[in-house]
Write a protein that binds this ligand. Structure first.
Ligand code: ATP
Length: 358
């Protein structure tokens, strides 16, 4: 029997609650499937680890997970530690060295979930956002001088490489071509950002010629926010820079009904290192320990993890189970206006997995 080695990094806030739920559901799915099992290794990295050791993960942390088949991540963030430390010390400290350059964020309105957009159905809002995940505005290049003096200056330099843009464009065109509508929107800001974003547009046009079956268009990021709200049905696959897609995907998650539902995969397409899957929400300290965190974003992330491992049948079975559960308002957590608790949603998804015909 195939054994998949999964590194679980629950992190902070509600991360441990939703990852525990995800692990439970994945074990149930493996039992139902019968042809594979999961061996989880748990890593206690994050804010509490930082308070003890002065760093978010051990120096050799990546060596401990580089041979796993995939990583299931919760959330990093701590009220007592600045956000740039928690982000760069853990999530980005894995994503960037592991070259997970394509961050993939599917957005759909699941059954039973109401979008804040009036009259929009799941047929009209079915997107995948591809976020460049290794460079751009989050390259980490820049510095500060004269701190604390009136001469203080700070820079954050966006770095775009031809290789980096080409590979994420190619990934996005290929993904768009694999979806029924074969439609890609390239997000840009090449009117105001006249160097890197112009190169981004040029490379998009070059890569497009390799994918004649994919129809594509270009949008300035500001106009894109309006199109997402006013004409959601005209979009399918979307590719954008690290910063632009970061913002657009939070908008997308809100339009799909709740931050608690949306999943993401940090993908290393060449599989030179493991890919990492996580709900898009943060550590949500306001609801930590209350048992009401919505675990659906983590379950959907597990669907993406299974797809990445090539376990299509199991991925489809889990997605079906998720949809059956969201369709029933008894299993809506408070973020969706319901009264259900994390454990109720988890048990309902496990019951649906065992009841599934697939
Ligand atoms: P971070 O700084 O780590 O990004 P945050 O608390 O600022 O964390 P989020 O965690 O993304 O940001 O949460 C924003 C809001 O959405 C919070 O009020 C939180 O309660 C709610 N929320 C986020 N995720 C969930 C979830 N899985 N279930 C229920 N509510 C959620």
């Amino acid at each position: 029997m195939k054994i998949y080695k999964i590194a679980a990094i629950p992190g902070d806030g509600i991360g441990p609650e939703v990852v525990a739920a995800g692990v439970e559901v994945m074990h149930a799915l493996a039992t139902r499937n019968g042809s594979f099992t999961f061996a989880f290794d748990h890593f206690d990295w994050g804010g509490e680890y930082y308070k003890k050791h002065g760093r978010m993960m051990p120096v050799n942390g990546r060596d401990l997970i580089r041979n796993h088949d995939a990583i299931l991540f919760g959330s990093a963030g701590h009220p007592e530690i600045p956000d740039h430390i928690t982000l760069w010390g853990l999530r980005l400290n894995i994503c960037q060295p592991f070259d997970q350059y394509a961050n993939v964020r599917p957005t759909r309105i699941l059954p039973g979930i109401t979008s804040p957009l009036r009259n929009v159905t799941d047929r009209e809002l079915d997107w995948v956002i591809v976020r460049e995940n290794s460079e751009g505005e989050y390259a980490g290049v820049g510095g500060r001088v004269h701190q604390g003096s009136p001469l203080e200056a700070a820079t954050d330099v966006a770095v775009f490489t031809r290789a980096g843009v080409e590979r994420v464009m190619r990934f996005a065109f290929r993904l768009a071509g694999s979806r029924p509508r074969k439609l890609l929107t390239v997000v840009t800001k090449s009117n105001a950002q006249r160097h890197a974003m112009v190169m981004w547009d040029e490379i998009a046009a070059e890569v497009a010629s390799e994918f004649p079956a994919v129809a594509w268009d270009k949008m300035l990021v500001d106009a894109m926010t309006m199109r997402m709200v006013i004409r959601p049905q005209t979009l399918d696959t979307i590719v954008a820079t690290n910063l632009h897609a970061d913002i657009l995907s939070d908008l997308a998650a809100a339009l799909a009904g709740s931050l608690g539902i949306a999943p993401t995969g940090n993908i290393n397409p060449e599989r030179t290192f493991p890919s990492m899957f996580e709900p898009i929400h943060g550590s949500a300290f306001d609801i930590m320990g209350k048992g009401i965190a919505n675990p659906i974003g983590t379950f959907w992330s597990a669907v993406m993890l299974l797809e990445h491992l090539g376990e299509k049948l199991a991925a489809d079975r889990l997605m079906d189970a998720i949809k059956r559960v969201t369709a029933d308002p008894r299993f809506h957590t408070p973020d969706l206006g319901g009264k259900a608790r994390t454990v109720d949603v988890t048990s309902a998804v496990i019951d649906a997995i065992h009841g599934a015909n697939r």
